[in-house]
Design a protein around this ligand. Structure first.
Ligand code: SAH
Length: 249
């Protein structure tokens, strides 16, 4: 898979991507990640990439010429996706779709964003990583790259993991999990998980995933058409485990 990134801070994305599973995938050639410095495509001595907005207002905007020049010189894989708070919200289904492709490209904004002609005439899509405002698109790009590349076959150690995890095949949040020791500071791992009864364990895990999703993300349950009869039965008599207190500003 080839991923091209256009940014004025290529070192942020390069440095991030050089570690762990993604770092290894780059080394083995499974992921061909190319970070392009937009500033290399300026023509003035000051290597200017920004200017004041027409009509006035706070802050600076990225000028179109170096962005168009950088993209046209690289002939990057499409779609070319602009990272921006005004885009469609990134989610696991987008990550899956991109992971099935041969490649895509990302454009990172800085300052107050990019000249609108970039959005109209250069990029294919605009994607936001959530309802927050970052200072630049680089961290958003890293987030997209990580979410997508870990789904590329061979990048993760265990190719089964994307099926059982949150937003996976079941469209639920993942159930809680424990590892050794079986008792730590008096807190014990639920008995059912140590029972060796695989059918019972599977039912309990499914019930916990449902309970947690109902609690914090009822919208996910609604999106799959509510609970089935079978799921309702599964929940009978199952006690929910405790979780961190919800953050509510
Ligand atoms: N003035 C803009 C915000 C610009 S933030 C506005 O009010 O909408 C500067 C850059 O950071 C953007 O061009 C974009 O590339 C990146 N960025 C900020 N928030 C982001 C988000 N939620 N998702 C993706 N990229 C974001």
């Amino acid at each position: 898979m080839r991923i091209d990134v256009f940014t004025i801070f290529p070192a942020i994305v390069d440095g991030f991507s050089d570690h762990s599973l993604l770092g290894r995938a780059r080394e083995t050639g499974l992921v061909d990640l190319r970070c392009h410095d937009i500033r290399d495509h300026t023509t003035d001595v000051h290597r200017t990439v920004d200017d004041a907005p027409f009509g006035g207002g706070a802050g600076m905007l990225m000028r179109p010429e170096p962005i168009f020049a950088a993209v046209e010189a690289a002939a990057p894989p499409r779609p070319l996706i602009l990272l921006g708070p005004g885009g469609r919200r990134f989610d696991q289904s987008m990550a899956r779709a991109l992971a099935e492709s041969d490649g895509f490209s990302l454009l990172c904004g800085r300052y107050e964003g990019v000249d609108h002609r970039v959005r109209e005439h250069l990029v294919d899509h605009e994607v936001s990583i959530g309802d927050v405002v970052l200072a630049g698109g680089e961290i958003a790009a890293c987030l997209v790259i990580e979410a997508v590349t870990r789904l590329v076959p061979g990048v993760m150690g265990n190719d089964d993991s994307p099926v059982t995890e949150s937003f996976g095949a079941t469209a639920l949040l993942e159930e809680p999990q424990w590892t050794r020791p079986a008792e730590y500071r008096g807190w014990e791992v639920p008995e059912v998980l140590r029972s060796g009864d695989h059918a019972r364990i599977a039912r309990w895990r499914m019930a916990q995933a449902l309970l947690r999703t109902l609690e914090v993300r009822p919208d996910l349950i609604e999106a799959r058409g509510g609970l089935t009869e079978q799921e309702r039965t599964l929940l009978e008599g199952v006690a929910p485990v405790s979780y961190p207190f919800p953050f509510a500003p």
